[in-house]
Design a protein around this ligand. Structure first.
Ligand code: ZN
Length: 266
């Protein structure tokens, strides 16, 4: 009885949150046109995406940096892409953080590394986004916006950073998120290790790879880069990295290549 009561209480609270953050029809339609990989064939999944987007907007705190004027359209674009990976996993996967900081462009940060002689080397790095344990998630609006323009390039900074959030949620940044009971850690590791080894060998040999070569930086980056590809161009992902596509389809509980019509090439 308590469970049923709790369930109905949660449902009422969610409905109230969605009512607080309704997404106007025209804004939602423009978002789907701008980012076509958000479009769902199944009406129930399309509706769930919109509801989760409202809930995300209700639960997270957006802030703008470096003089950016944050608009509703920007927040909806970010929220809709952020919830796509957890469409079937649930928004609770993102409970570990609340803040999202949006910058107008790439962010230059100072990094330092210590070499084998104990010397500290400082360098500058340009970031399109960053996810940290406990948050906040940082995003460059220029990169968020460009993600929808060219779907031939499976590049998506929002999905990339939220894949890191999923990876970080269970402790280490190691390319392995919290897994469901039907995917043993050993199976995840074996598939990811195999695909990663093949991919890094090709990158090191100087081959032109379909996946962003940045994925060769480590298994955490490989998971994030492959997740972008899985959602943005699942058809190529399925033919280029079949075993990984199948593993991701089981993990994310989505089959985007089967759920979405493949766009015609111009
Ligand atoms: Zn990354």
């Amino acid at each position: 009885m308590l469970t049923r009561w709790l369930e109905s209480w949660r449902a009422r609270r969610e409905t109230a949150a969605i009512a607080r953050r309704p997404i106007p029809d025209d804004l939602w339609k423009r978002t789907l046109v701008r980012y076509p990989f958000l479009q769902r064939r199944d009406a129930a999944a399309a509706d769930r995406l919109r509801r989760l987007t409202s809930l995300f907007l209700d639960r997270k705190e957006f802030s703008a940096a470096d003089g950016l004027q944050l608009t509703d359209a920007m927040a909806v674009a970010i929220a809709a892409q952020a919830v796509l990976p957890v469409l079937e996993l649930g928004l609770a996967r993102y409970d570990g953080f609340v803040g999202i900081v949006v910058h107008p462009d790439l962010v230059v940060t100072r990094r330092s590394v210590v070499d084998e002689h104990g010397l500290v080397h400082e360098y500058e790095e340009e970031l399109a986004g960053e996810a940290m344990a406990g948050g906040p998630v940082m995003l460059s609006w220029r990169d968020v916006r460009s993600a929808g323009r060219d779907t031939d390039v499976a590049y998506n900074v929002v999905i990339h950073e939220f894949a890191h959030v999923l990876d970080l949620a269970n402790g280490a940044s190691d390319g392995m998120p919290e897994l469901p009971a039907d995917i043993p850690a050993s199976e995840w590791r074996a598939t990811l290790d195999g695909e990663y080894a093949r991919f890094t060998a090709r990158v090191e040999a100087g081959d032109e790879t379909w996946l962003d070569p940045y994925g060769a930086q480590g298994e955490d980056e490989f998971f994030a880069v492959a997740s972008e590809a899985f959602f943005v161009d699942p058809w190529t992902m399925r033919s280029e990295h079949g075993p990984l596509y199948t593993l991701f389809a089981r993990y994310y509980r989505q089959d985007p290549a089967g759920e979405r019509p493949q766009p015609r090439r111009r």
